[in-house]
Ligand binder design. Sequence first.
Ligand SMILES: [Mn+2]
Length: 344
Amino acid sequence: MNKNIFVISDIELGQGDIFDDFKDETMLIDFINKISQEPGKNILILNGDTFDFLKMPYKDVFTHHITEDISLWKMQRIIDTYPNIFKALRYFISKRSNRIQFNVGNHDFDIMWPSVQNLIKKTLKENTKIVFAQEFNNQEIHIEHGHQVDYFHKMDMKKPFIKYKGKKLLNLPIGSVSIIKYFIELKKEFPYEESIYPRHQAFESFPTFKKRKQKIARNFILKGLLLNFIIGIGDPISNVPYINFIKHVFSHGLETLDGSKFMRKRFKNIIKLHPNKKVYIMGHMHITHHDIHPTQDHIQIVTDTWRHEFRIQKHDTISKLKNYAKIVYDNNKLISVDLLTFVP
Ligand SMILES: [Mn+2]
């Protein structure tokens, strides 16, 4: 039997407010409907940051103390905001041999809570053909979101939850805390500029945006990093993993913005952990990349975002296209691996 694996990432569904960067609902529904028609067995891998819990306030307040109830409330908000997307997913999964895998990303660690998983399963009216995981692996393929090889957004997987003042909380990495407590202001004040990638080009083109970013960054470095041991006393979620900053500088120098510069090293780190695969796929960096590694014989793919994002072209910005990876098997034999642009 024919088997297709489809991979998309970084959809970032929110609750339809100014922090919600997803706009192309019809396009996503068309995509899901199109792959629902494919004959054979179809596996849809939503490779992380499917939902944007991170930039979503809980009842108008941003907090980095995320309980299961908060995540569940946010998940319900997302479902209520995009009922037709869940309807399309329900149609896809209703086909007998189809499967959906939700890989965790740094914007949706919240899907690790059992009640959030149950709500998604209930909404999709399916219990057994939906999987929640950190990564997808078979003999030839490795697929993960990519934050685990990003020193700012890497989660402590030995301790994904933490007890604090009698409550169980998501043990968020420093990258999440910095967004919730500091950089969310940038999104609020510059929603359009914040949707331009690559980031370093956006800062070059919009000086007031850059100035504001620098001010927030200074504030974060002073309070969030240097004075944190006073300000964050007793708060386990605000602990700064200084060692990760040192590791980042060793790997990438002082570069913090240009994803394409991190990419090689990140693939290298993933391959070290999962050697001898033929295909490695990541998201997270919001870039499009498809390459056959020159010395080792394997394919590296980065799928770009499905949020509404712009790129700079000459003196203007244009909307980025949506892409997806498609892997085809014929009777368990790997036939093709492609990175494609979705055309409705
Ligand atoms: Mn990400």
